[in-house]
Design a protein. Structure first.
Length: 120
């Protein structure tokens, strides 16, 4: 059964474009992680300032291995360093361009109980 991790980032209006730019330049290491099934950055369209960073994993253990991996640590360290240099590759909680793009963060966890994919 897959698990979903959603990092909820509160992003003030002036930092929304910066957050998106940082994620667009992310290292992309997660795609190589064992058990990784998908990633989406979801932009709010009405009534909220919270972006959702959605990832799906084969298992909780796969997600935990990723967060404890060297690639995870190196990717986040590189993101923070790039943001510090103003290169915009940091994530929402990275620094640069006036500091963090997100003013808050929380992690939601779910198990996938049912799923439908397009037929074809």
């Amino acid at each position: 059964m897959s698990v979903v991790k959603i990092n909820v980032l509160t992003v003030p209006e002036p930092m929304k474009a910066e957050l998106e730019r940082r994620f667009a330049g992310r290292a992309g290491l997660v795609e190589q992680a064992d058990g990784f099934e998908g990633f989406e950055l979801l932009r709010p369209v009405e009534g909220t300032d919270r972006y959702l960073v959605y990832t799906r994993w084969r298992s909780e253990e796969d997600f935990q291995r990723w967060t404890e991996s060297r690639a995870f640590g190196e990717g986040h360290a590189q993101a923070a360093a790039d943001a510090e240099r103003g290169q915009g590759h940091g994530h929402g909680h990275g620094h640069g361009h006036g500091g963090p793009a997100a003013s808050g963060s929380e992690l939601w966890s779910f198990e996938v109980v049912e799923r439908a994919d397009p037929k074809g």
